[in-house]
Design a protein around this ligand. Structure first.
Ligand code: NAD
Length: 396
């Protein structure tokens, strides 16, 4: 079948099997080159034997975490994701990425298994514990990288939907039409209290804590194990829609659950961390209003300064330096957004933002890079791939 890129309301509906292979291989390449140790920003990773559980392992930050630990650190990885399998239509990108990752791990003699199911459910938690017991014994690191629009509470059966809205007042800000590049004003109505609570239910800390309880009860974590969950803060411009909006409330909840989780896992000598990551184009973030405009400008500024990173560089820095050195801010959070939030970077972003005018084309941001990155996430936009050729939907 010939697979074409189909975009509807800024969301890409198709994925190209060969392009997804390219995406994963490029990330693996970065890790293997960095392991030669020639770039001091990305020093060699520790390769002492380790078992890693990655929740949300198939795209974005979770996939890069898996590649860094599974290929770079040679860890045995068990991943959990929720991806559509191929039918008469292509699968979702994460399904192809996972297949490629498993193949590449196998070629290198490294264990990699994946459970494709709802990580919020009791059934998947049980299956994970059984798989760990059977194949790995215990895990030393648990990475929590889920990004989902819905969650069914396993205790009550109620399904909650997350929304991306401001809290209190509606919010109007410039946004960019990623198709035309034209700046448009976008207004977002305030969330109801119920919507805000539902978003916390989906993206807050409750499920992370449930995972920790389940793993402890089943005795499948090693002494001194670590767990890391990912968060985002960002600049003041995006506060109303992000940090002070519904998703920000969920992130606050996630961040504040660390204390409770640490109290829980300290009996096993366990340690939980929040890593505040950089704003990047991922399938989850591309749909957050205003964020694509901010990201396009940020990319340009960081590129010009030679400090732009993608998911793989971020995760490499996390597992090679930030986590081992336990370097945190005053609230105990690892700050991988350190370069994004640098004063000079934010000052330049703000200066550009002040010049933006509704109806004009965005010229001072790298929208092309944003578009290319978004296409790559779905396996499109690679110059070395002939997109007019038939591909096997089952075999990336
Ligand atoms: P993503 O959409 O690329 O990845 C989400 C992952 O979660 C996928 O592997 C998907 O299969 C999995 N998933 C979703 N629902 C699931 C379910 N019910 N059961 C099992 N797996 C499920 O997202 P991302 O942007 O990499 O986000 C990962 C984390 O990083 C999130 O917590 C996000 O808030 C955080 N983060 C993202 C950014 C950013 O700019 N993208 C910045 C900082 C922090």
């Amino acid at each position: 079948m010939v697979v074409k890129q189909k975009i509807l309301r800024n969301v890409c509906l198709t994925a190209h099997p060969k392009g997804c292979r390219e995406y994963v291989e490029n990330e693996i390449d970065f890790v293997e080159k960095s392991m030669k140790g020639s770039d001091e920003r990305y020093p060699k990773l520790d390769t002492k034997p380790m078992n890693v559980l990655i929740l949300g392992c198939s795209t974005g930050y979770g996939l890069s975490s898996r590649i860094v630990t599974g290929i770079g650190m040679k860890a045995k990885t068990l991943g959990v994701c929720f991806e559509r399998t191929p039918s008469s239509k292509p699968a979702t990108p994460g399904w192809y990425n996972t297949k490629v990752f498993e193949e590449e791990a196998e070629k290198r003699g490294i264990y990699a298994k994946t459970i494709n199911g709802d990580a919020f459910s009791d059934e998947v938690k049980k299956e994970v514990c059984e798989t760990i017991k059977r194949d790995l014994g215990k895990v030393d690191l648990v990475i929590y990288s889920l990004a989902s629009p819905v969650r069914t509470d396993p205790k009550t059966g109620i399904t909650y939907k997350s929304v991306l809205k401001p809290i209190g007042n509606s919010f109007t800000e410039l946004s960019v039409n990623s198709k035309t590049g034209i700046l448009e004003k976008a207004t977002f109505t305030a969330a109801t209290e119920e919507q805000a609570k539902a978003t916390v239910k989906v993206m807050g800390g409750e499920d992370w804590k449930l995972w920790m309880e389940t793993l402890l009860e089943n005795d499948v974590v090693s002494d001194g194990f670590k767990s890391v969950a990912y968060s985002y803060i960002g600049p003041k411009i995006t506060y109303p829609i992000y940090r002070e909006g519904t998703i920000g409330k969920a992130k606050e909840d996630l961040e504040s659950s660390v204390e409770e989780i640490n109290a829980l896992i300290s009996k096993k000598g366990g340690e939980a961390y929040i890593s505040v990551n950089k704003a990047l184009v991922t399938r989850a973030s591309a749909v957050i209003p205003v964020v694509p405009l901010y990201t396009a400008i940020l990319y340009k500024v960081m590129e010009d300064k030679g400090i732009h990173e993608n998911c793989i560089e971020q995760m490499y820095r996390l597992y090679s330096s930030k986590l081992p050195s336990k370097s945190t801010d005053e609230k105990g959070r690892i700050r991988l957004d350190d370069w994004e939030m640098r004063e000079d970077v934010q000052k330049e972003v703000e200066d550009i933002w002040k010049t933006l005018k509704e109806g004009e084309e965005l010229v001072q941001g790298d929208l092309e890079m944003f578009r290319t990155d978004y296409s790559h996430l779905h396996g499109f936009g690679y110059k070395n791939i002939d997109y007019s050729k038939d591909v096997d939907l089952e075999r990336p």
